[in-house]
Design a protein around this ligand. Structure first.
Ligand SMILES: C[S@@+](CC[C@H](N)C(=O)[O-])C[C@H]1O[C@@H](n2cnc3c(N)ncnc32)[C@H](O)[C@@H]1O
Length: 321
């Protein structure tokens, strides 16, 4: 396979060995309408030693963090998930070349939408860390629904994490960080348990009184980060050269494993089908309300901070690697 990213060199993602595509996964069965577990896979079995701790990087881009961190932790299995095929295969090709030298047997790269994958394919309680670095900021209000961090996503991350497992987040983007904080606040107080149950995830043990499904903590730099780096991804390096500042945080799972109930899956499936056919879902969900709150916040920030004729940054220039 050859993409522009290979600079004329053929990229070889070593399909079935390093690279994984949706085509290799069984189709989602209709049964997920009544049984959210019906589409679960066992992604740990994609690795040479499935018994190792399992970590996921969402939006691994060219795979810089994945490669560097996995080299230092051969006793951890890393699944990089990237929905842009050319980047996924670029990352997989990097891994393949190291495999040829007997390294990185602990890395796979999956080309798919990570949020759907986590939601429908990953069994509860099996992931030690979800890494989310420099996620696309989708700055326009009408695109906020495309941001990876959503209440539903946090519910699914809680479900798939092992007890004490972590979601680690780094971004350069002030508005995205404010959005993340707004969401994290709901999930670090008792309201988070209600949200979880609303999504059909029933905790076996809700943690100490007054706590939420997560506690927020400080971000510890991974071993692979350079001396002056937070995490050491491609985007961090690019933004650092441009003199940008960064935000980083960790959500740690409180409480026990999760049981999925049917109701939420049925409702969502109905909504997704309605959306596919262009119909409006019957009621505005809480997410819609949150987006409006987000819009008001962004607008007031723009009014306060930006001169009248200043342009706001566009998503496009940021999403290109
Ligand atoms: C701004 S780039 C950052 C890449 C890398 N993490 C870094 O810091 O260099 C965000 C990446 O996330 C990917 N991405 C965004 N949403 C995704 C999703 N739902 N599933 C998989 N990949 C996603 C994009 O294609 C893009 O490569």
């Amino acid at each position: 396979m050859s993409f522009g990213l290979g600079h004329g060199r053929q990229l070889d993602p070593a399909m079935g060995v390093v690279g994984l595509s949706e085509a290799e996964m069984p189709a989602l069965p209709d049964a997920i309408a009544t049984d959210p577990k019906a589409g679960w896979l066992e992604p740990r079995e994609w690795f040479a030693d499935p018994s190792l701790p399992f970590e996921i990087e969402i939006g691994c881009g060219k795979g810089t963090f994945l490669v560097q961190q996995a080299m230092l932790q051969p006793d951890v299995n890393f699944l990089g998930i990237e929905w842009a095929r050319e980047f996924a295969w670029y990352a997989a090709d990097r891994v393949r070349r190291r495999r040829e030298r007997g390294l990185l047997n602990n890395v796979r790269v999956l080309n798919t939408d990570a949020t759907s994958f986590v939601r429908w394919r990953v069994p509860s309680g099996i992931v030690r860390v979800v890494h989310l670095y420099f996620s696309d900021p989708w700055p326009k209000t009408r695109h906020h629904k495309k941001r990876v961090v959503q209440d539903r996503f946090l519910g699914e991350v809680w479900r798939v994490l092992a007890p004490g497992g972590e979601l680690r987040v780094v971004t350069d983007h002030d508005d995205l960080w404010a959005w993340d904080q707004e969401h994290f606040a709901r999930w670090t107080c008792a309201q988070g348990w209600d949200l979880l149950r609303g999504y059909g995830v029933e905790p076996s043990d809700a943690g100490p009184d007054g706590s939420g499904p997560f506690v927020q903590g400080d971000f510890d730099r991974p071993e692979s980060a350079g001396a002056d780096e937070l995490v050491g991804t491609n985007f961090e390096r690019k933004f650092r050269r441009a003199g940008k500042g960064f935000h980083a945080g960790v959500l740690r799972k409180v409480g026990g494993w999760a049981r999925c109930t049917n109701r939420a899956a049925r409702v969502t499936l109905r909504r997704e089908r309605a959306a596919r056919w262009g119909a409006e879902p019957r009621s505005a969900c809480s997410r819609t309300r949150l987006c409006l709150v987000g819009a008001a916040r962004v607008t007031s920030r723009k009014e306060r901070a930006l001169p009248r004729n200043a342009k706001t940054r566009s998503a496009c220039s940021r999403t290109r690697l």
